[in-house]
Design a protein around this ligand. Structure first.
Ligand SMILES: C[S@@+](CC[C@H](N)C(=O)[O-])C[C@H]1O[C@@H](n2cnc3c(N)ncnc32)[C@H](O)[C@@H]1O
Length: 273
């Protein structure tokens, strides 16, 4: 048990090559607001940065370029498959101030009190004990270092007009998350998590992403397909229903008269006292 929480169940989504196209799309959708957030939080050249749950390292690459000259980035992820792709891609891009290591968000193995900025995106929504991960990230920071986290809440996903597919998506997501001990509304709770970890004055912003057309409008269809094994194992849906929902989502993606609220992402940052 971790702080009274049961141990985490396996990660719900794909890793390695199977995860690449969705994480590329995710970066195209959320990357611009992330870059704005990190700059607003104080990311600057020369900083030593840690990214936890870095996936295939797309944000880490941008951060590595942004902290040059003199700065460096260490990306941590529990999936060696993600890190294999992250390392290859950074090498191909010729980025030399970026390294990756396999580790768990609860106990990264990184040196304490040594980072200027520690960041995570869409990591805490996958953890049964997000407070423990926030405490670990805090412990990596120097005094005055900056913690930056962003995450979403499922209540922010809907269409106008309302559609069956997206109502079911939220219900299914809530059911699977519950069965894994995860919080579907972790984004909105980030300011509280920060305060409980000793960050007395967190800053917060919300990034609500709306789409009418394009590949972005298929993000949740791709996500649902990746999560299908976990959804079926949790008895949150059937494969017939998932096929029907994905079909409806494809039709919605083609219909520009339907507005999709893709996600509401809460972005929080604060300095360590
Ligand atoms: C949704 S992906 C987000 C990846 C990246 N942060 C991004 O926004 O593109 C979540 C990542 O967290 C990693 N992860 C899940 N549980 C973890 C844990 N306990 N410790 C470290 N990484 C974890 C997964 O392997 C995955 O790469």
């Amino acid at each position: 048990m971790q702080n009274g929480h049961p141990p985490d169940k396996p990660y719900i989504l794909a890793t390695g090559e199977k995860a690449v196209s969705r994480l590329d799309l995710l970066e195209r959708i959320f990357g611009p607001a992330t870059r704005h957030l990190l700059s607003a939080a104080g990311l600057s050249p020369g900083m030593r940065v840690g990214e936890i749950g870095c996936g295939i390292g797309l944000t880490a690459q941008w951060v590595a370029m942004h902290v040059s000259p003199g700065g460096s980035v260490t990306g941590v992820d529990s999936s060696s498959e993600q890190l294999h792709i992250a390392g290859k891609s950074a090498t191909e891009a010729g980025i030399t101030n970026l390294s990756f290591r396999e580790g768990n968000a609860y106990e990264t193995g990184l040196p304490r009190d040594s980072f200027d900025l520690v960041y995570c995106r869409f990591l805490l929504c996958h953890l049964a004990d997000p407070a423990k991960a926030v405490a670990e990230m805090s412990s990596l920071l120097k005094r005055g270092g900056i913690l930056v986290c962003e995450d979403h809440d499922d209540d922010g996903i809907f269409t106008e007009p309302a559609t069956h597919a997206y109502k079911r998506l939220v219900e299914i997501s809530n059911a699977v998350n519950r069965s894994h001990g995860l919080d579907s509304c972790i984004g909105l709770k980030l300011p509280r998590l920060f305060r409980e970890a000793g960050f007395t004055q967190p800053e917060a912003k919300v990034n609500q992403i709306a789409v009418l057309r394009g590949e972005e409008k298929r993000f949740w269809e791709l996500t649902l397909r990746e999560a299908a094994p976990a959804i079926l194992a949790a008895h949150a849906s059937t494969s017939e229903e998932l096929d029907a929902i994905c079909e409806e989502m494809r039709e919605i993606a083609q219909d520009e008269s339907i507005l999709l609220m893709l996600a509401r992402v809460t972005q929080v940052w604060a300095r360590k006292a």
